[in-house]
Design a protein. Structure first.
Length: 222
């Protein structure tokens, strides 16, 4: 799983990605590995559904997704505004590194770092307000920055709270998550052995499945 660190809350989605392949190939598995019978398949399905039930009981998956999307959208909006501010800085012959550093944090979703840099940027703008306004900057830009800072802090706090709830859920049910991953790992290992040099082999590659499911989550079908 080079380059991919899977989170426990992704286990059930990963299981869903691999289940159709294993269901299709289960008879082939059983020929070489007798314990991979229908009882094993049903136990895998049952454990996956149990984990889904646990997670849905919190009713936070969609809430967290929406909170994250809102946070990153606002970061993108501010990032665009900073492109104009950077031009005003250049026209005023001011050092733009403070803007570049803030943009880097916004693009990498380092919200805590961005909040700190917004405060520094506000102070710098205030010290150079007159010349920047002459170049085209809105006179109330520091007020806009403060509004973004407050919003980022609140949204980041909300996101952190959702993450804590998920961590509590996964910690309290660690044995069940480990059991589900044990199913996934065994199927992946045996699947790659049974289907060498084949496109089917990729269906049992955990890293490739993680990549596909994350792309699917970021680009949901309408």
């Amino acid at each position: 799983m080079k380059g991919f660190k899977i989170r426990k809350e992704e286990y059930s989605t990963l299981a869903d990605f691999m289940l159709p392949s294993f269901t299709r190939d289960q008879a082939t598995f059983q020929q070489r590995f007798p314990k991979f019978d229908n009882t094993f398949l049903q136990a895998f399905i049952a454990k996956t559904e149990f984990i889904k039930t646990l997670e849905s009981s919190l009713i936070i998956t969609e809430q967290q997704k929406n909170a994250t999307a809102s946070l990153y959208l606002e970061a993108s909006v501010l990032n665009t505004e900073l492109n104009f501010l950077k031009q005003y800085f250049k026209d005023a012959k001011l050092n733009t590194s403070i803007i570049t550093d803030l943009k880097d944090d916004l693009q990498s979703h380092n919200i805590e770092g961005a909040v700190l840099k917004i405060e520094s940027l506000k102070q710098f703008i205030t010290a150079n307000q007159t010349i920047l306004v002459q170049e085209g900057m809105a006179a109330n830009f520091t007020t806009q920055l403060e509004a973004h800072k407050v919003s980022f802090e609140q949204k980041n706090t909300n996101q952190s709270e959702y993450q804590k709830q998920i961590k509590t859920l996964t910690d309290n049910n660690k044995v069940h998550y480990e059991a589900l991953y044990d199913f996934i790992s065994k199927i992946a290992t045996k699947g790659k052995l049974l289907f060498p040099d084949s496109r089917i082999k990729d269906e049992y590659n955990i890293s490739k499945n993680i990549a596909k499911m994350r792309v699917a989550r970021q680009n949901p079908k309408p």
